[in-house]
Write a protein that binds this ligand. Structure first.
Ligand SMILES: Cc1cc2nc3c(=O)[nH]c(=O)nc-3n(C[C@H](O)[C@H](O)[C@H](O)COP(=O)(O)OP(=O)(O)OC[C@H]3O[C@@H](n4cnc5c(N)ncnc54)[C@H](O)[C@@H]3O)c2cc1C
Length: 291
């Protein structure tokens, strides 16, 4: 087996599988090493009680890029999204509740229970986030610009980004605030209802180990509007069959491109020779890269 692979990917989470599938599609000889008995990492569906299969870590999706779904033909491998509607339910100690979702009329009616002003402001707030998303979103699928050696292509992309920012005009300060600041002052500026602000702030702190007043959380909040479900921007959804269906579809697509996936195979060490990766050490031997 030694010397057979152009790329060895350690970890069969969704990022490893996407990388493997694209490399396989490009004709590279690829091996994925996964230490667990199943691929998927934090995107898995597992039977935790007899007869009940659930997403055991990540559970909702919208940020997985539609370009990847298309390129890797994931629908042909069973990937499908179910829209989340309503998207959030906030029960309150006094018996009231706030329900939010993709339906503007429902949102207006629900938020009005707490503040008529906030209900009127909510679509404007969403439009503001969308304006900034229009500028940032295209960069998500572009390779990062090498600032030390941008080359002509890098300079061209930087110019295009600057041009998109320029189109924001007087709203550019708002965009900078979102990209660098904390969520709390932004929510405080737009809304007065604590119930609404607390609900919206969950998107700012989820997975971030930070408070809504921590700089950077506005970006986390904003990042949540950049995804889509079934062509609907900003809408989140459930993967049919749980998150594991996404990574199983990725694994099937990767195998279709000739990628080899080995589970229960932890990598112990990356072998380096003369400053370059030469292979990977396993418990029972080593795998070498192609020369
Ligand atoms: C509790 C939780 C909830 C989340 N909820 C959401 C959500 O709802 N929506 C969302 O979009 N994102 C969510 N996320 C974030 C998202 O799940 C992660 O960003 C994503 O799974 C990261 O994918 P990854 O492939 O980079 O890494 P991982 O999914 O962590 O995969 C890494 C893989 O590498 C394997 N591995 C590690 N070391 C070795 C080794 N030495 N040898 C072989 N294999 C190895 C691991 O077993 C694992 O399978 C959540 C994350 C967590 C933890």
């Amino acid at each position: 087996m030694s010397g057979k692979y152009d790329a060895i990917i350690i970890g069969g989470g969704h990022n490893g599988l996407v990388t493997a599938a694209y490399l396989g599609r490009a004709g590279k000889r690829v091996l994925v090493l996964e230490r667990r008995p199943i691929v998927g990492g934090a995107c898995v569906t597992e039977e935790i009680f007899p007869g009940f299969r659930v997403s055991t870590a990540a559970y909702v999706n919208s940020l997985f890029r539609k370009e990847i779904v298309r390129d890797l033909r994931l629908a042909e491998h069973g990937f499908a999204m179910l829209e989340r509607n309503p998207s959030s339910f906030t029960p309150l100690p006094d018996g009231r509740h706030l329900l939010l979702g993709p339906d503007p009329a429902l949102n207006h009616q629900q938020i009005s229970k707490f503040s008529r002003r906030d209900a009127d402001n909510y679509p404007r707030y969403e439009a503001m986030l969308q304006r900034v998303a229009d500028v940032i979103e295209p960069t998500l699928i572009e390779p990062p610009i090498d600032l030390r050696r941008p080359g002509l292509a890098g300079l061209w992309r930087a110019l295009k980004l600057a041009w998109r920012f320029r189109r924001l005009g007087t709203r550019m300060a708002e965009a900078v605030d979102i990209l660098t600041g904390a969520a709390r002052p932004i929510l405080d500026r737009w809304f007065e209802s604590e119930e609404l602000k607390a609900t919206l702030a969950t998107d700012a702190v989820i997975g971030a180990m930070a408070a809504p007043s921590t700089p950077g959380t506005a970006y986390v909040l904003f990042h949540h509007v950049m995804g889509e479900t079934n062509g609907k921007r900003g809408v989140w959804g459930y993967v049919k069959g749980g998150m594991g269906s996404l990574t199983q579809a990725l694994a099937a697509a990767a195998r279709g491109f000739g990628v080899e996936i080995r589970v229960e195979t932890p990598a112990q060490r990356i072998l380096v020779e003369r400053g370059a990766v030469a292979g990977v050490q396993l418990a029972d031997g080593k795998i070498e890269m192609a020369p």
